[in-house]
Design a protein around this ligand. Sequence first.
Ligand SMILES: C[S@@+](CC[C@H](N)C(=O)[O-])C[C@H]1O[C@@H](n2cnc3c(N)ncnc32)[C@H](O)[C@@H]1O
Length: 318
Amino acid sequence: MERATASSGHLPVMYAQVLDGLRIVGDGAYLDGTFGRGGHARGVLAQLGPGGRLLVMDKDPEAIAVAEREFGADPRVAIFRGSFAALAGWEATAAGLDGVLFDLGVSSPQLDVAERGFSFGKDGPLDMRMDPDSGESAAQWLARADEREIADVLWTYGEERQSRRIARAIVADREATPLLRTAQLAELIARVMPRGDSKSDKGRIHPATRSFQAIRIFINRELADLELGLEAAMARLKPGGRLAVISFHSLEDRIVKRFIGARAKAPPANRRMPVERAFTPSLRAIGGAIKAGDDETAANPRARSAVLRVAEKLEGEA
Ligand SMILES: C[S@@+](CC[C@H](N)C(=O)[O-])C[C@H]1O[C@@H](n2cnc3c(N)ncnc32)[C@H](O)[C@@H]1O
């Protein structure tokens, strides 16, 4: 299988495994809920015949502009800017889908452009919104949230052990100087981090890594969107249709694993529930957690933390 190139600045993760997992049929309908720069979408389209359909979504206007430019003229392709959480509300999905892909998180171009405000390594406005036209930016939220809320977000979505210390410093500093730039926040975190904690367990990551991840997940409501997106995909998949999800951290993967597990396997017997409820599986897990191979992780550091899960919808209830 020919692999997509990185000409667009984003190397698709586990490209061959995703396309295998979706088990594409030429006249099927497939939805890529996270178009990014189209690495996976391009691969799906290459396997579709004239009767096939490719529906693409992204929250990010720049991703959608790329999709319009590259695929806008192809009658098999439909494009929608918005969250995959709302995919079932998009009319184009009403006829049912043979496959749904979510390749979660941010794309390389989002991280690389300082103006998007995702990166602690590149100074830019503290924004972090995948959709810059909706919701609060990171700067707006950090200006109004109280110390407890900030600490909770850093702890819940970043597992940052110094969450309280960082939150206290943010609230103290913002009195004098509003936090408006990514470099300001990264420096603040590096300053307050105790020596032993200023690096990761493996001693390699920047002290702001976990906090930036946490704020990004919170600002973009990533976990809530994922839960809604999985439900919506389930509602629109046809029997035999495939769901493929790539996660980049354990919070996401736990949601995907539980979602599939709860629909694929009967819950363990419960002594307090004497009458056994009939369980009809609505999904079949296709293998377990799939990881990128050594060659890919050597070439693309983003692939190191990626986990792909694939499931097939069964006949019966969603
Ligand atoms: C990892 S990239 C996808 C890369 C893509 N598979 C490729 O090969 O180019 C994730 C993309 O999904 C988008 N995204 C993340 N969460 C989303 C959501 N809930 N709804 C729609 N788009 C989302 C981001 O804006 C970003 O462009």
